[in-house]
Ligand binder design. Sequence first.
Ligand code: PGA
Length: 255
Amino acid sequence: MKTKQLIVANWKMNPRTPKEARALFQSTKRTAGHLTKVQTVVCPPAVFLGLFSPLVSRNCFLGAQDMFWEKEGAYTGKISPAQLHALNVSYVILGHSEERALGETNEDIQKKIRAAFEYRLNAILCIGEKERDHEGHYLSFLKEQIKKSLGKIPGKELGRLIIAYEPIWAIGALAKKADTPRALLEIVIFIRKVLSDMYDKSIAFQISILYGGSVNAQNAEAFLKDGGVNGLLVGRASLDTKEFTEILKITKQIK
Ligand code: PGA
């Protein structure tokens, strides 16, 4: 497990213009530059990656929101890990629930994770249930997502894996609410137990776990302090310069 807190900005399909995107990136980079204890990763839409590629700095990295598993060829509309690597991109979000909703399977995600590692990209594997039922079926669901997405990838290759727990009911503008730090902590323990059973304890503890879903400047501190996570995956709040700057500053104070 890395000692720095990891804050990932998922801009999704925003903003509309390169001008707005550049202003947002520059402002995030300015704050991130002062925060040596925080690792900030900005994941803009792929069309902006080339713009920001020369601007990557020591504390402010570039991530993609998805990629394909092949490195080149006749795959219309796809982006390859080799292309991301060539653009100074060092992280890639994989298995986001919005991609899964469009048909991406755990098996696809596994191929993408393997391909990401081949190009030295840090893979942020997103998992999360639609509903949190009282019987605990959601835990079996999470376990299956982890097992099938990692499949037969050997433990020694997981040095660049990060898991983002993002309950679907807590994501986006239609979200009912964010998770609670207490429930999150139990899930983080559960995820480490699953990893420990699949691999071993040291591998389970070496993998960083993030929380995502309605994170904002009001709840960030509680998640980081009491949720047992190593960082946050931030959607909407990463598009608001003031709010995101605040989240980064809060993260800096976490011991
Ligand atoms: P949100 O999105 O912070 O807007 O809820 C998080 C995500 O989907 O990664």
